[in-house]
Design a protein around this ligand. Structure first.
Ligand SMILES: Cc1ncc(COP(=O)(O)O)c(C=O)c1O
Length: 379
């Protein structure tokens, strides 16, 4: 059997007519950058996320960068986040000359350990970026409390978490800004790089719109330096076409996750399973843990099963951040997650037979590697 980590071809096959029509409409309009489709998409994503304003941008990475720029964060400033994330979270801070400051993760959820945030705050701290990893919102109440106490900006990195909820509130709508990625492998993916920022603050929304067009306002007059962070209409059109399917895809992912939970428990395997602490985990990834992760991944590959390590090197151990002078061992939970975690297929179209095959294959791997009990080896 061949089971990829994500089957985008299956998704496209099920919505081909709608997506093709959406693309065709943009081609007919010949309006390719920003414009009415982007505005429609901004309104729809903001509404879906129960937020007032959406600002379409070129990627999730640029969404994070633009929010930090909107707050004039730069050299001399510190931003607190987690080292167990995709590079973009920390890259955005560093690119602006600000200093990333890390708090370790909670090993149950892989999200920032909020009890470590307060001790990281200094006079230089300007912002916190909680990351809603794998599709589950970080513990936002304590994040917001500590942020308001210290007058810090909160930028939610919700790149993996569109539609996820925390105490009934949607990902991205809780902090000052929420950043989404429409990278094709996300639950709501464009046909290339694309992203969006949401906010409830009209002034911030306006500032972001200026920043995404090189800071131009009015046209060709620049009071600030921005960038080319504009969203293309073709991506907005595809995102809009897919949005009406998002809730059913999410439900299918949640169903697949529950089925895995059950099958893994029945098989009684020595692996860690995802821990759900919020009311709507959208399972962008279903991540298991094993002390023999690398061997397990090679075994699964031979069985035709796709998997991925998110992420093999925590940010404080990346070569480009050596200047931070953080020793290995500083964030033990992030480091052990980087050694042990493995994402397995959980995409909406995954069926019962495929899920059973994945679990049986992992059970087969465990059987093969399980140390032989002592009573069998005694002479
Ligand atoms: C947690 C996280 N932050 C930021 C990003 C950046 O998004 P993009 O790839 O759209 O630039 C991603 C996407 O991979 C992500 O997973």
């Amino acid at each position: 059997m061949n089971i990829p980590l994500l089957d985008l071809k299956a998704q496209y096959a099920s919505i081909k007519t709608e997506v093709n029509a959406a693309i065709q409409e943009v081609l007919e309009s010949q309006h390719f950058i920003l414009g009415p489709k982007v505005e429609e998409c901004e309104k729809a994503i903001a509404a879906y996320s129960t937020c007032s304003y959406g600002i379409g941008v070129s990627s999730g990475s640029d969404a994070l960068l633009a929010c930090l720029m909107a707050e004039n964060i730069g050299p001399g400033d510190e931003v607190i986040t987690t080292p167990y994330t995709f590079f973009a979270t920390v890259g955005a801070i560093s690119r602006l000359g600000a200093t990333p400051v890390f708090a370790d993760i909670d090993p149950a959820t892989y999200n920032i350990n909020v009890s470590q945030i307060a001790s990281k705050i200094t006079k230089k701290t300007r912002a916190i970026i909680p990351v809603h990893l794998f599709g589950q919102v970080a513990d936002m109440d304590p994040v917001m409390l500590v942020a308001r106490d210290h007058n810090l900006i909160v930028i939610e990195d919700a790149a993996q978490a569109i539609g996820a909820e925390y105490k009934g509130r949607r990902a991205g709508s809780i902090g000052d800004y929420g950043c989404f990625s429409f990278f094709p492998s996300k639950n709501l993916g464009a046909i290339g790089d694309a992203g969006m920022i949401i906010t409830n603050d009209a002034e911030r929304a306006e500032k972001l719109k200026v920043l995404r067009g090189h800071g131009s306002k009015p046209k060709y007059y620049h009071r600030v330096v921005g960038g080319n962070f504009r969203l293309d209409a073709i991506h907005a059109a595809v995102v809009l076409a897919k949005l009406s399917h998002l809730d059913s895809w999410t439900a299918a992912r949640q169903h697949n996750a529950k089925r895995y939970d059950r099958l893994f428990r029945e098989a009684d395997l020595p692996i860690g399973l995802p821990v759900v602490t919020t009311n709507r985990h959208i399972f962008n990834q279903y991540v298991i843990r094993s002390s023999s992760r690398d061997q397990m991944q090679s075994f699964l590959k031979k069985k035709g099963i796709g998997s991925e390590v998110y992420y093999p090197v925590p940010m404080h151990m990346q070569d480009c951040f050596a200047y931070l002078r953080i020793e290995a061992g500083a964030f033990p939970e992030s480091e052990s997650a980087a050694r042990e975690s493995l994402a397995i297929p959980v995409y909406p179209e995954l069926n019962e037979e495929q899920a059973r095959y994945v679990v049986e294959s992992i059970a087969g791997f465990v059987d093969q590697t399980e140390p032989v009990p002592a009573e069998f080896t005694r002479a």
